[in-house]
Design a protein around this ligand. Sequence first.
Ligand code: ZN
Length: 150
Amino acid sequence: MKIKTFLGLSLFALSSNAFAENCQIDVSVMDAMTYDKTSMEISLAKCDKVTVNLKHTGKMPKTAMGHNWVLTSTADQVAAAADGVQAGAENNYLKTGDSRVLAFTKLIGGGESVSVTFDTKALKAGGDYTYFCSFPGHSFLMKGKFAVKA
Ligand code: ZN
């Protein structure tokens, strides 16, 4: 019971001190078609902007095992990924100016890191969003839920 009380108090303290900030999410990838996170969650009340830091801890070059981080609505994900393959490596496997793409990093290879910072204004609380890697063939396995809380 004592633990429960303590938890309740600290949650209250957190929410009363909540302020909008640039929220950071770290995600890493290896020489395999997987992110180290299967889902992410942000809070619109807490985050004006979100920065996603993608780190490739593998050794393979981006031509063979490139990865990026792309955010779309879940409804748009499959079509955006398919158009991305057509766009080619020089465009990070994303159609240029694709309005379905809400945020993305460039493609990186082993040993590289990349970040993207984006405004959360375009996101809706409770909306259905998916992040994925647009390297050809990767998005079937390499994706996760991006949950947006109020
Ligand atoms: Zn990938």
